[in-house]
Design a protein around this ligand. Structure first.
Ligand code: XMP
Length: 507
């Protein structure tokens, strides 16, 4: 199933929803040609919403031959308007824009089969389809939008003005299922087990008898990628875990125990703490720190790879959101906001071929694959942790002393968040150590010590995030434990910023 991206965040959400219906979906740019679509041979197309007006200069268009391919097509919002405009309907700005929850009345039809006649849907539009494509029948309307949905079963063209992909349209998923299963005949066959089976086959075919290397970071992505590859080719895989000294408390031990011990994957544990810390000495610029960690990582990794002899492939846990965010989607050009150093990044002159078994998966899908592979819950549900580690959570210079403070604070924070049962609800929760000190009083003595900032966010994919509304009692426990248990800290603050405009990490 292909989702044609006509702008903004809509397309990605649609792709996710379709996958939740167990139909594999991929995003393509609206520049995709009819020939390219035909070559992909999808069960169906969904045209996404988008912020433009179909009449505006430079408004996203689609190769009109796409509509003649006979592929079941569902237009959503802007996508529906584009369908109408292309195929003999009419789109106008009637002054009757709708934003938010809207009452809808539907008639018996393919899209609304099994759905109530009256339902609430989420609308967000200024332009309105005033006449459906020629041959199409109007199957739903709202007070201000007479053509809120149309369908032409003969041409296999469907359009809805509202957004079935958002949670505020309670029956949206059912409508999508009607389209996917009944109209398009796409079976709900895309399960974690199916993903594993397909990837294992692909890996075997790509790798043959060659040797493969994988950089393990301890995070769920590289872990699932490594396990998939291990399942496919067994001991042809060697994992390298570089401890750069910027990990959290007990993290290195956990990785070695779980991976080497539990999964019996050949594992090289490199203790490179001193190398990293000495290169970070005196450095306080965030980008500089990221660069140093990235470069040093590659150097250590190259040395280890050289020791292993002839290795032809490198595993990377790249995710679909990385691909989209780095502008690697068909024609998406996302701005580079921070120089993301992905642990396991390919050294430029290493001449290894990449194996990226997660390249088309979103994070939650990776987790489901991890569960299916039998990975322990603690690892599957581990919150993301950045490659440069605590170096980008210590503002200013990274020193042993400051690392120790941050590690202790982070460990208390994690413990309390888990105890409160919130760990899995949060995308990330962590402590940040700023480069300031402030005055306090402890016992009868004046202190001059660091504050710790609590950062906890909810998010689906890290592209946007909101600060988590942690309960006051929990915050109090965390604060008093951090201040009482960690010498060198006399104050705790809470970060109340969303992304954008802030980022999740502080550096
Ligand atoms: P920001 O701070 O950009 O972070 O909102 C978005 C997500 O990416 C993680 N992150 C990184 N992950 N290497 C990584 O592997 C990095 O250099 C890096 N920088 C940020 C961050 O933890 C959050 O989940």
């Amino acid at each position: 199933m292909l989702v044609v991206d006509l702008g903004g965040q809509y397309a990605q959400l649609i792709a996710r929803r379709v996958r939740e219906c167990r139909v594999y979906s991929e995003l393509v740019g609206h520049g995709v040609t009819a020939a390219q679509v035909r070559a992909r041979n999808p069960h169906a197309l969904i045209l996404s919403g988008g912020p433009a007006s179909v009449y505006a200069d430079g408004a996203p268009q689609i190769d009109s031959e796409v509509f003649g391919l006979g592929i079941p097509t569902l237009g959503i919002c802007y996508g529906a308007q584009l369908l109408a405009l292309e195929l003999g309907g009419r789109v106008e700005r009637t002054g009757a824009s709708e934003f938010g929850k809207t009452d809808l009345t539907a008639v018996e039809s393919e899209l609304f089969a099994g759905l109530p006649e009256e339902e609430t849907v989420w609308m967000s539009h200024r332009d309105t389809v005033t006449a459906p494509p020629s041959g199409a029948r109007v199957v739903a309307s709202s007070r201000s939008t007479p053509v809120a949905a149309f369908e032409d079963p003969e041409q296999r063209l469907y359009g809805v003005q509202f957004h079935p992909e958002v949670v505020h349209t309670p029956h949206g998923t059912e409508l999508l299922k009607n389209f996917l299963y009944n109209v398009a005949g796409a079976p709900p066959a895309w399960t974690p087990a199916a993903v594993i089976e397909e990837q294992v086959e692909r890996i075997r075919a790509a790798v043959g008898r060659e040797r493969v290397l994988c950089a393990l970071s301890g995070g769920v992505d590289s872990a699932v990628a490594a396990l998939l590859v291990h399942k496919a080719i067994g001991d042809q895989l060697t994992c390298v875990f570089v401890d750069h000294g910027l990990l959290r408390e007990n993290e290195a031990e956990q990785v070695v125990e779980t991976f080497g011990g539990h999964f019996h994957v050949p594992l090289v544990h490199v203790q490179a703490q001193e190398r990293f810390l000495s290169r970070l000495e005196g450095v306080d610029d965030p980008e500089q720190k990221r660069k140093i960690v990235g470069e040093e990582f590659i150097r250590v990794f190259e040395e280890e790879a050289a020791k292993l002899g002839d290795v032809r492939f490198l595993v990377q846990g790249t995710l679909y959101s990385d691909v989209i965010e780095s502008g690697g989607g068909e024609d998406g050009v996302a701005a580079m906001i921070k120089s993301h150093h992905n642990v396991g990044g390919l050294p430029a002159d290493m001449r290894m071929e990449l194996v990226e078994p997660l390249r088309l998966l979103f994070k939650d899908e990776v987790r489901r694959v991890g569960e299916e592979l039998g990975m322990p819950e603690g690892m599957v549900w581990r919150q993301p942790f950045p490659g440069p580690g605590l170096a980008i959570r210590i503002i200013g210079e990274v020193t042993e002393e400051r690392l120790a403070i941050l590690r202790s604070a982070d460990s208390i924070l994690q413990e309390e968040i888990r105890r409160a049962g919130l760990y899995r609800e949060l995308w990330q929760s962590f402590a940040v150590l700023p480069a300031i000190r402030s005055v306090g009083v402890q016992g009868d003595e004046r202190t001059y010590a660091y504050p710790i900032v609590i950062r906890a966010v909810t998010s689906d994919d890290a592209m946007t995030a909101d600060w988590a509304r942690l309960p006051y009692d929990l915050l109090e426990t965390i604060s008093s434990r951090i201040i009482n248990e960690i010498p060198g800290v006399n104050r705790v603050a809470l970060d109340l910023s969303s992304k954008p405009p802030a980022t999740i990490e502080w550096e």
